[in-house]
Design a protein around this ligand. Structure first.
Ligand code: NAP
Length: 255
């Protein structure tokens, strides 16, 4: 069942800035009641003021996505209010680029805690409540950086590759249920996360544009929502190349 066209309530993680903030605003603009989560409650409160005149409303639900108890607490509250989210966008994430010389297990673990463990702990109650209700749409934010290895993205790429595989497997396992699982793989979007990049980012887009394409994708039947199309098509082609071609080509493209 595709219930994407009649969202009443949505939960967006990582909503204090960047893509998540743009998604929360765009949903509010469409009249949706948004539960907005991130660690910085004050940034979410600012967003409430900013969106005061929108058709929808925004409720700040500050939390750390690695705190499953806190997430489950919100789900219980929403269930008690008969206002469970119809749309869940697990967007919270971080980036920590480093070279091989700077590699440290500690840094990789810290990134995995947010990008992978945080998504798993958000997904666990999301899936349980959606399966119990027999409805709901869940979108997992990964990245085209998860398609194949890219320079300085060993930790980030590995976390996103894990999410892509997880989403593919769950999509198969959810067949026959009314839970609609989606995968979001953006290219470069201008946010505080990509402000860390010291290279010129090809096909860079604004977060508002990303939010528009994500919401449009969620109303389609496509499992994977990837954009911008021209850039992500190149990466999809690179994904198919044998290593003997892939490594020299990527070195050349990223030199
Ligand atoms: N920007 C891009 O080019 C791009 C491309 C592909 C995929 N993505 C993915 O899109 C997502 C959003 O990226 P972005 O560029 O918008 O990043 P961003 O500007 O850095 O925003 C990240 C958001 O995640 C929240 N967050 C981080 N750690 C958290 C935690 N432990 N618990 C709760 N919230 C947490 C942050 O809020 P607090 O600090 O307040 O907690 C913030 O709201 C990420 O998953 C990213 O990997 C981004």
């Amino acid at each position: 069942m595709n219930n994407a066209h009649n969202w009443k309530t949505a939960w967006v993680t990582g909503a204090s800035q960047g893509i998540g903030r743009a998604l929360a605003s765009a949903l509010c603009q469409k009249g949706v009641h948004v539960y907005a989560s991130a660690r910085r409650g004050e940034a979410l409160d600012e967003l409430v003021h900013e969106l005061e005149r929108m058709p929808g409303t925004l409720t700040p639900c500050p939390l750390d996505v690695t705190d499953q108890g806190a997430i489950e607490g919100y789900f219980k509250q929403w269930e008690g209010q008969n206002a469970l989210p119809d749309l869940i966008i697990l967007n919270a994430g971080t980036h920590d680029p480093f070279t091989a010389q700077e590699f440290s297990a500690e840094r990789v673990e810290a990134l995995m805690r947010t990008n992978l463990i945080g998504t798993l702990r958000s997904l666990d109650p999301s899936l349980k409540y959606c399966l119990k209700r027999g409805q709901g749409q869940i979108a997992i934010m990964a990245s085209v950086a998860g398609y194949r290895g890219l320079p300085t993205a060993a930790a980030y790429g590995a976390s996103k590759a894990a999410l892509i595989n997880l989403a593919e497997a769950l999509k198969l396992d959810l067949a026959g249920t009314h839970v609609d699982l989606r995968l979001i793989n953006p290219g470069f979007v201008r946010t505080p996360l990509t402000d860390k990049n010291e290279f010129t980012m090809p096909a860079l887009i604004e977060p508002e544009q990303a939010a528009e394409w994500i919401l449009k994708g969620l109303t389609s039947n496509r499992f994977e929502i990837s954009f911008p199309a021209r850039f992500t098509s190149v990466l999809k082609l690179l994904r198919c190349l044998p290593y003997a071609w892939y490594f020299p080509l990527v070195r050349k493209l990223t030199a």
